[in-house]
Ligand binder design. Sequence first.
Ligand code: UTP
Length: 294
Amino acid sequence: MGSFKPIRKAILPVAGLGTRFLPATKAMPKEMLTIVDRPIIQHVVDEAKAAGIEHFIFVTGRNKTVIEDHFDKQIELESTLRERGKFEQLKMLNDLLPEAGQTSYTRQQSPKGLGHAVWCARDIVGDEPFALLLPDVLVQAPNKGCLAQMIEIYNETGGNVLAVEEVAPELTSNYGVVKIEDQTADGVMKINGMVEKPGPGKAPSNMIIMGRYILQPEIFKILSTQGLGAGNEIQITDAMKTLMDSQDFHACAYEGRSFDCGSKVGFLAANVAFALERDDVGEEFREAVKKLIS
Ligand code: UTP
């Protein structure tokens, strides 16, 4: 195991418009839509926390103050719960609360793309490697969370690590797609090419970047001059391509399955998958689904 700077901070970009979920997202951020009884963003913060992240940096936009409120104390609610003897709920809320000073918020005044959102967090991250988690991607992992699996690889390789997964070839045009160089002796995959939303026949593989990244701080300098890319947005993939000229990128084919909660079907599927795994409602829900389908 190498001795590399630890990954202590995570960027969570939540400044997108969520147009695919209108009208739900007219006044509420899509990251507050719930998977069973937890906002999507809570699931992602939990994954980051379990991987040892100590500081959560939210890049927010309009209508996102509710996310700040969610990760803050709610004095009135807490005293009402106490008065009513609802101590279990009270404990649950307190357990979920980040410690004082563990969260930062910065605004992306207009949604110019994921690369731009990441760049907005440059001063808060400073000169250290960091994790980037796209909150609309949720991962259900049997043993260890996706970011924790990536950090295990990072502890061996240093540099940059991207979680990847295979998709059907006709879907690659929706994602950043990587080219894998070779399989090293210890099974770690090296990335030697990437392209954002490749056109027909242009995808270097069917391995996509699925929404979890470990990046070195040199990415910020590249992002500061990064021009517009696919979809007329400043793309993180384009900046990573430049960084690849001077630094290593490794792939983590993580164990688990992902849900694209930015799409309606992905969001609904995530709700079913997470509900079925719950100790409290899983069995009852399974019966309800069976009934509906039959
Ligand atoms: P998406 O493109 O999936 O999110 O970005 P969106 O724009 O909110 O969704 P639609 O397509 O309009 O429905 C992936 C993630 O990056 C964030 C989004 O909030 C989302 O979590 N993002 C995207 C930003 O923070 N800023 C941006 O400029 C773009």
